[in-house]
Every structure is written in structure tokens, then in C-alpha cells.
Design a protein around this ligand. Structure first.
Ligand SMILES: NC(=O)c1ccc[n+]([C@@H]2O[C@H](COP(=O)([O-])OP(=O)(O)OC[C@H]3O[C@@H](n4cnc5c(N)ncnc54)[C@H](O)[C@@H]3O)[C@@H](O)[C@H]2O)c1
Length: 342
């Protein structure tokens, strides 16, 4: 139930103009950096963060276009100070003082591609940014959007370990899977999507995406002939968008919404708000996979408590079993990449 309350608050802070205009010092100084801020996700994500009264400093980093994006956003009448940083020479400067770093840098999918096909390009982009974070803002919460998340999160963690930094504040952003599950369940049940909360666990690719409809709030149930296609639709929803965009990229607007929801919840937890829960792909001992997404209770230092799998239906337990081989191999691929880095 508290998850729903937090969600509603996030929606309010994402959308409420009056809150922006009239709230004054309701919270601490909160400095957020967006890496890959000029991209399809980066721009609307930065817009939503600029619109949040909880963000006081917004640093925008990319290899192109950030001066323009920053100038544009800086005219919005909200208190966040916006600064653009462009090119590798300004990477470290963009991270100074950052408490939350959101990373949507990297190439998106085109039709026919899997997320793993992005590995070769995105692995080194994420590793480079993580190296800079480990050096400049090792205490910051790292929210990784860049795909394949099942490998980029282990990459960032291994980079941190190599640099002697603590990898416990590294989070894979899988929120879009939850957002999609909520929407699709609401469609089938005739509910308001904003009142639905369905945890999605595992990872962020194909069969590793595991919606837990048995733990949905409000309680819902589906006959087998509906549950299977619903599960497959949630797992393939990213591909639905990639196909519809026909070569022009993958989900950007819904991802920006989901990324902002996640980052703002992390900020709320930093501000001491209680009961902030989001699913996230993190280092985990919940299953035999070294990283696994489950609902996480967030606190001032990141993970306050991993809430684990909960009670799974037989159908869901089988999905977990089926996901583990792919998850473990994607995790290993990320670890090997860092082990072989010069
Ligand atoms: N986690 C999720 O649920 C989810 C959902 C959708 C997309 N994604 C992923 O997010 C990533 C970004 O997608 P997009 O649609 O915004 O792509 P995009 O190509 O529109 O934007 C990517 C941005 O990253 C920048 N960039 C490239 N190399 C960089 C570097 N070395 N340092 C900093 N910035 C760099 C580019 O200049 C560009 O502005 C992709 O990997 C995509 O697969 C994740």
C-alpha cells in the first residue's frame, strides 16, 4: 500500500506545476547529474527532473549538444540550476557534487536487435562513466538505464571494485517494466493505471523480465490463457516500441517518465522519506544470480532492505527458473568485459 502512496507522490511531483512554483525550501540541496542528457531519453528525463521541486542542481553531460539542452531547460521557472557539460574533457566536472547520477548514455535498439546486440558499444560507454563516478562521486546513487542493463550494472560494479569504491549504490533501472505491467493490467481489468502496482523482478531483457501478477495491488487474477500472453506482452513491450518506431530508436518518453520516477524516489529516500520502494536490478543474494531485481526499500544510504521475492505462484517460480541461465550469462559477460579492460 505504501508503494502506491509513494507512486502517487512521484506522479504529483512529476506533474505539479503549482508545487514547483510556490514551494520554497521544502527539502535539502539535491544535485543530480544526467549522463547522455542530449539523447532521446536524456532530454525528456532532464525536463522531468528540472520540473521536480526536489532537484536543486541538474548537471547535463553528453558528448554532443548539452550546451543547447541546458540553455533551453534553464529558462523553466523551477529552482534547479542547470549546467551543460560536453565532451570527455568535461566528464569529471559534470559529476562534481552529484548525489544521484542517472545514465541513459549509449545507443538504442533498431528493429531486429536484442538488447545484448548493444553490448559492444554501450559496455565501454558505461565503463567510462562509471570510472569517472568512482573517482569523483563514489557516494552517489548510480541509476543505470543504458542497455543491456543485465550486463551494464555488473560492468559498473566491477569498475567500482577495481577502483576501490563501494558498489552498493549502483542500481539498474527496470522501472519501465513495472510501468508497462501496471498499464497493461489496468487495460485488461478496466482499472485506472495510476492505482495499479505490479512488481516486476529478475532482469531487463526478454525472459528475464518477470511480472509478479500474484503480488499486484489491487489483487488481480487471470486465467492461464490470459496470463501467458500478458506476461509475454510485458516481456516484449520494448520490442513493440522498437518495431513501431521502425528504426528511429526505442522507448524514450515512457523511459524518461520511468527514469524520473526512479530518480525522484531515490532523492526522496535521501531526503529521509520513509517507505520508498522501487524494484531495481542490484547485487543480490536472493537467487543464485549475482544480480537480480526485486523490490528495494530505499534509505539515505541506498538499499535499506532488499524485500526479496515474496510468495511466488507456480507460474512465477517457473519464470524465475527459466530466467536464471540467461541472467547469469549476461552478468558474466559484463564481469568478463571489465576483467579484460586495459
Ligand atoms: N532501462 C530501460 O528500461 C531502457 C529503456 C529504453 C532504452 N534504454 C537504453 O537507454 C539508452 C539510451 O537510449 P536513447 O533512446 O536515449 O538513445 P539516443 O541515441 O537517443 O541517446 C543516447 C545519448 O547518449 C549519448 N552518448 C553516446 N556516447 C556517450 C558517451 N560516451 N558519454 C555520454 N553520452 C554519450 C549520445 O550522444 C546520445 O545523446 C540505450 O542504451 C537504450 O537501449 C533503456
Amino acid at each position: 500500500m505504501f508503494q502506491r502512496t509513494v507512486f502517487k507522490q512521484v506522479v504529483k511531483s512529476l506533474t505539479s506545476q503549482s508545487t514547483n512554483k510556490f514551494s520554497t525550501s521544502q527539502c535539502a540541496q539535491r544535485r543530480v547529474a544526467v549522463m547522455g542528457a542530449s539523447g532521446g531519453i536524456g532530454q525528456p528525463l532532464s525536463l522531468l527532473l528540472k520540473n521536480s521541486p526536489l532537484v536543486t542542481q541538474l548537471n547535463l553531460y553528453d558528448i554532443v549538444h548539452t550546451p543547447g539542452v541546458a540553455a533551453d531547460l534553464s529558462h523553466i521557472e523551477s529552482k534547479a540550476q542547470v549546467k551543460g557539460f560536453v565532451g570527455g574533457d568535461q566528464l569529471e566536472a559534470s559529476l562534481e557534487g552529484a548525489e544521484v547520477v542517472v545514465i541513459p548514455a549509449g545507443v538504442p535498439r533498431k528493429p531486429g536487435m536484442t538488447r545484448d546486440d548493444l553490448f559492444n558499444t554501450n559496455a565501454s560507454i558505461v565503463a567510462t562513466i562509471a570510472e569517472a563516478c568512482a573517482k569523483v562521486c563514489p557516494e552517489a546513487m548510480l541509476c543505470i538505464i543504458s542497455n543491456p542493463v543485465n550486463s551494464t550494472v555488473p560492468i559498473a560494479s566491477e569498475v567500482y571494485k577495481k577502483a576501490g569504491a563501494d558498489p552498493s549504490r549502483i542500481f539498474g533501472v527496470t522501472t519501465l517494466d513495472i510501468v508497462r505491467a501496471n498499464t497493461f493490467i489496468a487495460e485488461l481489468k478496466g482499472l485506472d493505471p495510476a492505482t495499479v502496482n505490479c512488481p516486476v523482478i529478475g532482469g531487463h531483457a526478454g525472459v528475464t523480465i518477470i511480472p509478479l501478477t500474484s503480488q499486484c495491488s489491487p489483487q488481480v487474477s487471470f486465467p492461464d490463457e490470459q496470463l501467458k500472453p500478458l506476461t509475454v506482452r510485458i516481456q516484449d513491450a520494448g520490442t513493440e516500441v522498437v518495431k513501431a518506431k521502425a528504426g528511429a530508436g526505442s522507448a524514450t518518453l515512457s523511459m524518461a517518465y520511468a527514469g524520473a520516477r526512479f530518480a525522484i524516489n531515490v532523492v526522496k529516500a535521501l531526503n529521509g522519506e520513509q517507505g520508498v520502494v522501487e524494484c531495481s536490478f542490484v547485487r543480490s543474494s536472493v537467487t543464485e544470480a549475482e544480480y537480480f531485481s526485486t523490490p528495494i526499500l530505499f534509505g539515505k544510504n541506498g538499499i535499506e532492505k532488499n524485500l526479496g521475492l515474496g510468495v511466488l505462484s507456480n507460474f512465477e517460480a517457473k519464470l524465475v527458473e527459466e530466467a536464471l541461465p540467461e541472467l547469469k550469462s549476461s552478468i558474466q559477460k559484463g564481469k568478463d568485459f571489465v576483467a579484460n579492460m586495459k
